[in-house]
Design a protein around this ligand. Structure first.
Ligand SMILES: [Zn+2]
Length: 317
């Protein structure tokens, strides 16, 4: 397999933590191409033909058609059933304890290598077509980061994006439409307990992923929105990524977002044009007291570890 020498930058963490926002920002850096949540490419893109962020259905998007041709001689040349079976064997939260070992049992190692090989070819193709030196996968899902970390052919670096668990839980409790599907079906909604449990397990798993010897840097959503330019350029330096990592901000919080070919992810990936970044703190006013207390209690140890306050000024009033 030929390698383009690109860095695969993986954004990991739990949903509703701002990964799509981060991806939209990174898309503005020179030498960077963002691909969206590659975890969902096979099911939502290749199989269901959902909409790319450019607005075209997957099969009609010229970028993804070219990636498929370059990587595999066309998407129709790939045995998608096989890829999904490999994914099910390798990329699962419940397989994490086995996958987190430095050396995998032989059968699992073979399956993991075959699966990440597909990933690698997609990233190589994107690199070849765009000349980018950094390819961004915003899949978030920690087990995929762990699988990729086992592939020595992939130059993997990770951003572990965290957000206050109460903001995350509040976001999951609201209805969000998904414009990329035919029937505009809404994104799922989760209870506070579900959201807190997954917030804990995803964030812990991203911390553990760092033990496999690949660079991982934790960023807080709130810091990213407060100072996007400094947060991104600092991350670029700390992860040793090529290029200066300087966002073309218009002012401290305003940036022009451009169309991307993000294949799947939060509807925010369809946002373009002049955008003012604001931290979404609606939970501080909108979240019922009981639910806020429950989420705080469930997630307290990691909230503290990430530097969040358990009680905010507004809560006292
Ligand atoms: Zn597209």
């Amino acid at each position: 397999m030929g390698t383009g020498g690109e860095v695969l930058l993986y954004i990991g963490g739990y949903g509703r933590s701002g990964s799509t926002l981060l991806e939209c920002l990174l898309a503005r850096l020179d030498g960077v191409v963002v691909l969206g949540e590659l975890e969902h490419l096979w099911e939502r893109g290749v199989r269901q033909n959902q909409r790319c962020a450019c607005g075209e259905p997957f099969a009609d998007c010229p970028f993804w058609a070219e990636v498929g041709r370059t990587a595999f001689g066309g998407w129709d040349q790939v045995d998608v059933e096989r890829v999904l079976a490999l994914k099910a064997a390798v990329v699962r939260q419940r397989h994490l304890p086995r996958m987190l070992r430095r050396s995998l049992p032989p059968e699992l190692a073979n399956q993991a290598a075959e699966f990440t090989g597909y990933h690698h070819r997609i990233c190589d193709a994107a690199q070849q077509l765009t000349g980018a030196r950094v390819v961004v996968d915003s899949s978030k899902f920690p087990p995929l980061a762990v699988a990729l970390a086992h592939d020595p052919a992939i130059d993997l670096r990770m951003i572990h994006l965290v957000r206050d668990s109460r903001g995350v839980a509040y976001s999951w409790s609201k209805t969000v439409a998904r414009p990329e599907t035919e029937d505009g079906e809404a994104m799922p909604r989760y209870s506070s307990v579900h959201s807190s449990a997954h917030w804990l397990s995803h964030n812990l798993a991203m911390q553990l992923a760092g033990r496999l010897g690949r660079p991982v840097l934790r960023i807080r959503y709130e810091d990213l929105v407060a100072d996007p330019e400094a947060t991104v350029s600092q991350a670029w330096r700390r992860l040793g990524l090529p290029g200066p990592g300087t966002l073309p901000m218009e002012d401290a919080h305003t940036i022009e977002l451009l169309p991307t070919h993000s294949v799947a992810g939060n509807p925010m990936r369809f946002t373009r044009g002049r955008t003012v970044l604001r931290s979404d703190e609606a939970w501080r006013q909108g979240m019922p007291r009981g639910r806020r207390l429950l989420v705080t209690l469930l997630s307290a140890p990691l909230l503290l570890a990430y530097g969040y306050r358990l009680r905010s000024a507004q809560e006292g009033s």
